[in-house]
Each structure stands twice: as C-alpha cells, then as structure tokens.
Design a protein around this ligand. Structure first.
Ligand SMILES: Cc1cc2nc3c(=O)[nH]c(=O)nc-3n(C[C@H](O)[C@H](O)[C@H](O)COP(=O)(O)O)c2cc1C
Ligand SMILES: [Fe+2]
Ligand SMILES: [Fe+2]
Length: 395
C-alpha cells in the first residue's frame, strides 16, 4: 500500500483489520481500521498505536518514513487496547520517545502495562507541544470514549485527531471520506455513534462547542477508526450534533422475540398498522438480529416497540438482554411501548414496563398482552396500538 499523506509529512501509519467481525460484542460486518498518524518535523511524533496483532505492521509503516529510534514522542490519546496495546512493542524500539498523555491516560497505561522505564509527559486541555515548525495541541475529552480520552490537534495543518470520536468500523482500501460510498459511510458512522457514544450525548455537544473557543477549527478530522474526514468534516460534526440533540425521523422500530409465534403475530399486526399509515417501520426478531444494527435504527427512530413472550414469569432472555443494552445507551426522546403473549400468570409485559420506567423512559401503559395465540379481535388491539403509536409519532 502507498504511504498515505494527510498533509506534508503527516502520514497515516495505521492498519486495516479486514476480518474483524466482533468488536467487544459489536458486530463489525465491514471490519475496521486502527488509525495511527506520524508527524515528521524537527521532532517526530507518533499519534496512537494499533491493536497488538498488528504491531509489526505499524512498525513497518513507521519505518517507511523513519526509524522507531527516531521517534521523539508517542501521543496516547486513549488507553483502550485497540489503540494502546502495541505501545510496549513500539517503546522497546523507540528508546528516546516520551509518552504524551492525559493524567488518567498515564494511570491507565501503568495499570495495563505495569511500571516501565518510560518517560511520561502529562498534558491537559490547551497544552502545546512544539515539534519545530509545527505544534500539537491537546484537548481532554473525558468519556469520548473513556475517562482518559483526549484529542490531539495539529495546529498549522488544522488536523484534528480525536481518536474514537467521529470514527466508523469500516475496513476499506480507501483512506478518505470522499473515496467511499456516502451511504455506507454514514450508516457505519451512525452505528458507531449509537453503540459507542450515545450515552455521552451532552458531553459531545459541549466538546464540539468548546473546540472553536480553543481556536480549533479543523480542516481534516482524522479519527482512530475508519476513513479520514478531509472533504466533509462538517458533515460528521453536524451529524454528531444532531444525534446528540436527539434528532429523530418518523420511523418506528419493533424488537421482539417469540417461542411459538404468538408474539410474532402481534408484532406483524402492529407493524402493518404502522406501515399502512405511511410510517417507516423496521422489525427485528432479537435472537436472529444484531444489537448494534438495531441500535443504529433506534438512533433516529421516534418509537420503539418491544415484544416478549412470558417465560418463567418474566421476559424472554434475549429481550431482557436487549433492554439492559438499550437502556444503558440512553437513547433520547423515544416513545416506548411493550406487548407480548403469555400462558397463565404472565409477567413479561410487566417486567418490560418496569425495566423501562426504572431507566427513566416513558412507556405507553398499559402494555398489550394476550393469552396464547391472538384472536382476530386481539390482533385488532395490536393494530390499535400501532395506530396509537403513529398518532404519537405525528403529534
Ligand atoms: C419454557 C416456557 C416457560 C413459560 N413460562 C411461563 C410463565 O411463567 N408464565 C406464563 O404466563 N406463561 C409462560 N409460558 C407460556 C408462554 O408465555 C405462552 O406459550 C406464550 O403464548 C408464548 O408466546 P410465543 O408464541 O410468542 O412464544 C411459558 C412457555 C414456555 C415454553
Ligand atoms: Fe475506545
Ligand atoms: Fe477505538
């Protein structure tokens, strides 16, 4: 692969992980990349490393520009393993390098990799590091993605390296946003936001608003996963602002599971009623579907309708896992409704309602439950629920 230059003597030295299909439980059907950047000036700085199986590829990429012994600084924007687990290997060779990281970054690196004879330089928001003709500036960005996270800004070239923020799990032979299919790009960016950053919406808004006040107006946004935003940096920043403010479209998502098809019949009746009113609706049987994909659809949906049969007095296991996952991610401003089939005492609808209310979500009550298979009349009730949701979506 050719060396990729973002600006003069600013290189992408990362790796493409074509075969990754599971990123800590997030199904990555398009793989991912671990991006690292090399800035060569009077001093040379490596910004981030890559996941450890790729450590020699990272080293080889750097060596195409300079020797590892020549590295003066290794910037650690984030201690999570996908970005830091090649650090020990790089530091074995980069004998002269100082690790530049946040206070929590240093603590995390010591906890993960033990006490090493590494030189550290702790930085905080606004701190600068001169490389000669060029300057790196740092912005702490706690919880985007972990408490240690920070952004690095190459001032003269206006290149922001925000690590996990603005990323996408997308393996391609292209490195830049204008080289890939825009629908695929935004699909993966939305999925990434929904599953990784959604709980931190208010922090994202504040961080984006803070950047211009620090005189950071990036021309290029170079995240740690996926392609680099060189043509449309404002596209991803605006998308993050809209998602963080809870932007929705007239869309509903139905997530259900079933053992003998009754809850499924209810789901289909609700779906038909919504679709007949011209509202887009997506339906997922939980145990045949991927959490990350569902969350991407929920991101911009106005209503989420969850169905579960009763099993041993409560919800079906995949639905309980789904509800724990979705409430942890704190999607904003949705209409929630629940339904399900039961045999005798019931319990799923009650458990789903309680779970959502405890998480602080507003749920349409009472939830809709039918015994065993729904009759025609009961399917009518399902359609009524669908119509009620449409009215609320359009309200
Ligand atoms: C393993 C199992 C456990 C069940 N436990 C309960 C229960 O505790 N309470 C109840 O009301 N129904 C229980 N049921 C009955 C189901 O809720 C009922 O058959 C329902 O119609 C299934 O809906 P489905 O066709 O969508 O799977 C149980 C069924 C199975 C197979
Ligand atoms: Fe991360
Ligand atoms: Fe990451």
């Amino acid at each position: 692969m050719n060396l990729v230059e973002l600006a003069e003597k600013v290189y992408w030295v990362g790796v493409v992980d074509w075969n990754l299909r599971d990123f800590h439980g997030y199904e990555t059907r398009r793989g991912t990349t671990y991006n690292a950047y090399l800035v060569v000036d009077a001093k040379t700085a490596l910004v981030d490393t890559v996941k450890y199986p790729f450590k020699t590829s990272l080293a080889d990429n750097i060596r195409r520009v300079t020797s590892l012994e020549n590295l003066d600084y290794v910037i650690v924007n984030h201690v999570e393993m996908d970005h830091s687990s090649s650090l020990s290997y790089i530091m074995q060779h980069a004998k002269n390098a100082t690790i530049v990281t946040s206070r929590r970054g240093k603590a995390g690196l010591v906890k993960y990799y033990g006490e090493n004879e590494w030189n550290f330089q702790i930085v905080k928001t606004g701190d600068e590091l001169s490389l000669g003709n060029r300057t790196l500036r740092f912005v702490e960005a706690p919880m985007l993605h972990w408490p240690d996270s920070m952004f690095t800004y190459l001032q003269e070239d206006k290149i922001l390296m925000p690590n996990d923020a603005f990323g996408q799990h997308l393996a391609t032979s292209q490195r830049f946003d204008d080289e890939v299919d825009q629908a695929v790009l935004m699909d993966e960016a939305a999925k990434y936001y929904a599953n990784i950053l959604m709980p931190f919406a208010s922090l994202i808004i504040r961080k984006i608003e803070e950047l211009p006040k620090l005189n950071i107006n990036p021309r290029i946004i170079a995240p740690s996963h996926g392609v680099i935003w060189r043509s449309h940096p404002s596209k991803i920043v605006n998308a993050y602002l809209e998602w963080s403010k809870g932007k929705t479209s007239n869309k509903a998502v139905i997530v259900y599971d079933t053992m003998w098809g009754s809850t499924q019949k209810m789901a289909m009746a609700i779906c038909d009623a919504i679709a007949e009113k011209g509202i887009e609706v997506h339906v997922y049987q939980m145990r045949r579907s991927d959490f990350a994909e569902i969350l991407k659809e929920i991101l911009e949906a106005k209503a989420v309708i969850v169905g579960s049969p009763t099993v041993n007095g409560s919800m079906f296991q995949t639905i309980s896992a789904f509800l724990r996952y979705v409430t942890g991610l704190k999607p904003k401003g949705k209409i929630w409704a629940v339904f399900g089939s039961y045999g005798w005492g019931g319990g799923a609808v009650r458990a789903m309602t309680e779970h959502l209310k405890t998480a602080g979500f507003e749920v349409l009550e009472p939830g809709l439950q039918v015994q065993y298979a729904p009759t025609l009349e009961e399917l009518g009730k399902c359609r009524e629920l669908g119509e009620k949701i449409v009215n609320q979506i359009q309200a």
